[in-house]
Design a protein around this ligand. Structure first.
Ligand SMILES: Cc1ncc(COP(=O)(O)O)c(C=O)c1O
Length: 442
């Protein structure tokens, strides 16, 4: 086959080819057989303004024909990326005053990991380089970003540099709390475990901690009460940088512009991509505080140049699209708009919580998940079958083990959110019915 497909069975694809899409219109995508689907996960959590968008297309075309490419290397730059940087630092959580652009999310995480080393070397802390990541984390499939991801498929056979990575517990209260343990106590325990891990390896060997404010691809885990405050206390005590990976959550997904605001996180660095350009152009960024930027800048001066950057980082077309996205987000009244649609989702999910086979529902803004109970009859494959039933009804959800993820585009109407939730409900009930115990007679 000409193409190798990411996160797929490469040999299997020769006999069972991937589901091929032909075109899209807003939130709907049509396959080559003419079947239409609503993508209720905004594709890869990245297209809040639809899979096509005329305003973004027009802005891209205008940029393509005025300055289709220029770079920010070697003493040059261009207006679109300068304007975007200035606008982003106005929007970002307080303290993040500088941005370094790239193209993909994985690359932003790899860059943030490199900056950890650069920063610690500049401070003379040459052993303070390891990075703590959590179970269930997804940070990408580059080199360090794959090592930070807690998914064996991104490690196996690749020799990713995992000697730099330490792993701590996932913030999944529902499955990991001890009997009778309250949420706040669970958060304190996770923080105590983190503290113990740092002490065991020595704070002088650990440069940073990376976490998604709310875990996305690992199973949509929302942080339990008090979690981020506890974690930040531990990190501050040990002089460890905090990297917030907002590649899914950034730009409104959890009902604030950034999930750091939702959960009271004050990071030293933040990674962003996906919704930065509405998913229609590859652009990513690493934001950082004055302290990180100034230390990096001094080190670069000492070394004579900041030796990092990629050809397409901060591409003018991507920067122009990002500016248009920010205009649209502001016009639609982000974050209130997401809070309002999220409230509809949340109300519908609370009803679904009572459905057979459902273990948990969770929702923050327009990021949600339904977790299925694998111990019920037919439970092992329940999530997959519900997803198949939904697909037959014209809606794509994302299967993450036993969790069905939902992250609809922001441009959904109220009726479309209801339609998505109707399909979710019908699909669960139809699969549950197929597995209901047969009534005994006589
Ligand atoms: C939290 C998080 N970080 C990093 C990445 C990697 O981004 P990309 O696929 O653009 O490399 C993803 C992708 O889903 C992600 O969800």
């Amino acid at each position: 086959m000409a193409q190798l497909y990411p996160f797929s069975d490469l040999i299997g694809a020769e006999t069972t080819p991937p589901h091929r899409m032909a075109k899209a219109n807003g939130i709907r995508v049509t396959d080559v057989d003419g079947r239409e689907f609503i993508d209720a996960v905004s594709a890869l959590w990245c297209c809040p303004l639809g899979l096509t968008n005329h305003r973004l297309a027009d802005r891209a075309a205008a940029q393509m024909t005025s300055l289709g490419y220029y770079h920010s290397f070697l003493g040059r730059t261009h207006t679109p990326v300068e304007d975007l940087a200035a606008r982003l630092v106005q929007k970002l959580p307080a303290g993040l005053n500088h941005v370094l652009f790239g193209t993909a999310g994985s690359e932003a995480v790899d860059t943030a990991a490199k900056i950890v080393s650069y920063y610690q070397n500049a401070r003379g802390k040459t052993d303070k380089k390891r990075i703590i990541a959590r179970e269930a984390a997804y940070h990408g499939s580059g080199s360090m970003s794959a090592a930070l991801t807690a998914m064996s498929a991104t490690h196996d056979g690749f020799d990713v540099p995992d000697e730099r990575v330490l792993r701590t517990g996932r913030p999944h209260y529902l499955l990991d709390a001890l009997p009778g343990e309250r949420e706040v106590a669970f958060s304190k325990r996770r923080a105590a475990e983190l503290d113990a891990l740092i002490r065991a390896h020595g704070a002088d060997t650990i440069g940073a901690f990376i976490g998604e404010p709310a875990i996305g691809s690992g199973g949509v885990y929302l942080p339990p009460d008090g979690y981020w405050a506890e974690v930040q206390n531990v990190l501050a005590r040990h002089d460890i940088l905090l990297i917030a990976d907002e590649i899914i959550t950034g730009f409104g997904r959890t009902g604030e512009w950034f999930a750091c605001e939702t959960y009271g996180i004050e990071p030293d660095m933040m990674t962003m991509a996906k919704q930065l350009t509405g998913g229609l152009f590859p652009l990513s960024a690493v934001a950082m505080t004055d302290e990180v930027r100034d230390t990096v800048a001094r080190q670069a001066q000492e070394l004579e140049v900041f030796g990092h950057g990629v050809t397409y980082g901060g591409h003018p077309v991507g920067a122009a699209i990002a500016m248009e996205c920010l205009d649209i987000y502001e016009e639609m009244g982000l974050p209130q708009h997401v809070k309002r649609l999220g409230q509809i989702m949340s109300t519908r999910l609370e009803a679904i919580r009572q459905f057979p086979g459902v273990l948990d529902v969770r929702c923050e803004g327009m990021l949600a998940g339904v977790e299925f109970d694998t111990t019920t009859p037919g439970g092992a494959d329940l999530c997959r079958r519900v997803s198949d039933a939904a697909q037959a009804r014209g809606v794509f959800f994302r299967v993450i083990s036993d969790v069905l993820a939902i992250a609809p585009p922001y441009i959904c109407t109220d009726a479309e959110i209801d339609q998505i939730m109707d399909v979710m409900a019908d699909s669960i009930l139809s699969v549950a019915e197929a597995h209901a115990p047969v009534a005994q007679h006589g």
